[in-house]
Design a protein around this ligand. Structure first.
Ligand code: SIN
Length: 485
């Protein structure tokens, strides 16, 4: 792969400050666009995961004693290096994950922004003084780093989901062991290279690459040294990890699946709603946990919306993410495309009409699925209840505010939701009624380091980003002084 800075192409795991081979050999990483092998990456054993955890425990003794200012400066340097190498990091990301390179560059900037944000927050981890409950008592609270943190990160944001977890952990004085998704380990290893250059001491950040996620996951969850697990991925795996963490009573942050409603009321600005829906649905070929999954449009505006929406969707250039102007790249793997084919077939069988898309893009582009709009969607279809995770937009018609709130909340998930409308009283009512951790109001783009990202119900718990993001990595300790006479 052609990179301006070839050192970013790392294929060894990163344990205790050095790049090392995997004791189980290597596994292949492929380009989802054409299936070509782009790297052979270290396949680590469970014993190597243990070593990484030990290294993190040793690293904690050093890192947690650094002043907040010193940690902040190293984090800042890591952030600057990510921006300096954004072009290379984006190219690497597109090659292993498929998203168009402009979007990949957006992810690199987005990911780096968490490091910048938490480099600043490192200096603001304040405690409280509390009026004592007796005249001779004084009470203060202090916040301390939890300890060694394990992070299991997904393939859909191979860079940003690492920085979003690792930056607040490191800012608060924790150390980390990361297991990146086996489909996309190269972005993680490039971040490790830059972390080494930024000056993190050995053991503070470790990356255990492996083709056997359950094996490494078990080491992490069973370890008594690991005090916290942060996971982004499916609700099914999140529940499993939660059960596995019960025996050691670990702190958990779980950012799990979603089934985002995107509601368009009759009084919405039509053009804005269409462009918001395109952005919320087709980003990353529909493969984000916060992608609009079910689009609900009020009857008075349904025909106008679907016509304009399908026209806008059709205009998107699809193909190889490395090609100029492409906005929808390949899906990540064959089974993801097959799942999308199943939900589209189910929708068609139950009366849905495909306005645009509905098939793979071309014989030579196996994993590229055309951005699809399905109208006359109904609740009996699997697109209503399943997280689609692909470029398929089912559009449902509704009559009243009450109806649509019931439909929107009729899911076990509760991550992101969106709506468009202008009536200010209704805006408040709907925002309060939606059972979701995040609500986009007249916008389809809600992700930012300055806001708390996270869900409720079976979408998980914990918040990433914002002033609240540190809370997931610190323990509050209270000190009670007696005998103050
Ligand atoms: C995700 O899909 O989990 C993250 C999406 C985002 O941060 O925008």
């Amino acid at each position: 792969m052609q990179l301006n800075y070839p050192k970013l192409f790392q294929t060894q795991a990163y344990i205790n400050g050095v790049f090392v081979d995997g004791d189980s050999g290597t596994f292949e990483v492929t380009n989802p666009y054409d299936g070509s092998v782009i790297a052979e990456v270290a396949d680590c054993t469970p014993q190597q995961a243990e070593q990484a955890i030990q290294a993190a425990a040793e690293g904690f003794k050093v890192w947690s004693k650094y002043t907040a200012g010193k940690r902040s400066r190293i984090l800042r340097k890591w952030y600057e290096l990510q921006l300096e190498h954004a072009d290379d990091l984006a190219r690497l990301l597109t090659t292993e994950q498929g998203k168009p390179v402009a979007e990949a560059k957006g992810e690199i900037r987005y990911g780096a922004s968490f490091v910048e944000w938490f480099a600043e927050e490192a200096k603001r981890i304040y405690g409280d003084t509390i009026p004592g409950h007796a005249s001779d008592k004084r009470i203060v609270t202090i916040k301390q780093p939890i300890g060694v943190v394990a992070a299991i990160t997904p393939w859909n944001f191979p860079s940003a989901m690492i920085t979003r977890k690792v930056a607040p952990a490191l800012a608060s004085g924790c150390t980390v062991v990361i297991k990146p998704a086996e489909l996309t380990p190269l972005s993680a290893l490039a971040l490790a290279q830059l972390a080494q250059e930024a000056g993190f001491p050995a053991g503070v950040l470790n990356i255990v690459t492996s083709n056997n996620a359950p094996e490494i996951g078990s080491v992490m969850t069973e370890s008594k040294i690991v005090r916290k697990l942060s996971f982004t991925g499916s609700t099914k795996i999140g529940k499993l990890l939660m059960r596995q963490c019960a025996d050691t009573v670990k702190r958990l942050s779980l950012e799990l699946g979603g089934n985002a409603p995107f509601i368009v009321f009759d009084d919405a600005d039509l053009e804005e709603a269409v462009s918001g829906a395109v952005a919320a649905k087709y980003r990353n070929a529909g493969q984000t946990c916060i992608c609009a999954n079910r689009i609900f449009v009020q009857s008075g505006i349904y025909d106008a919306f679907t016509e304009k929406f399908a026209a806008a969707v059709q205009k998107q250039k699809v193909g190889n993410g490395l090609d100029e102007g492409v906005v929808v790249g390949p899906m990540v793997e064959e089974k993801a495309v097959q799942f999308v084919e199943e939900v589209v077939a189910d929708a068609k069988n139950k009366g849905g009409k495909v306005l645009t898309g509905g098939q793979r893009h071309g014989a030579s582009e196996g994993l590229v699925y055309e951005p699809t709009v399905i109208i006359d969607a109904r609740v009996e279809m699997s697109v209503f209840s399943e997280e689609i995770f692909g470029p398929i937009a089912p559009v449902f018609k509704f009559e009243t505010e009450e109806d649509v709130i019931a439909l929107a909340n009729d899911t076990n998930y509760g991550l992101a939701s969106y709506f468009y409308g202008r009536d200010y009283a209704r805006i408040w009512r709907v925002a309060e009624a939606l059972e979701y951790g995040m609500v986009g109001i007249n916008t389809g783009m809600i992700s930012t380091a300055v806001a708390p990202f996270g869900g409720i119900k079976e979408s998980g718990f914990g918040r990433e980003g914002s002033k609240y993001g540190i809370d997931d990595y610190v323990e509050i300790k209270y000190l009670c002084w007696g005998g103050v006479k």
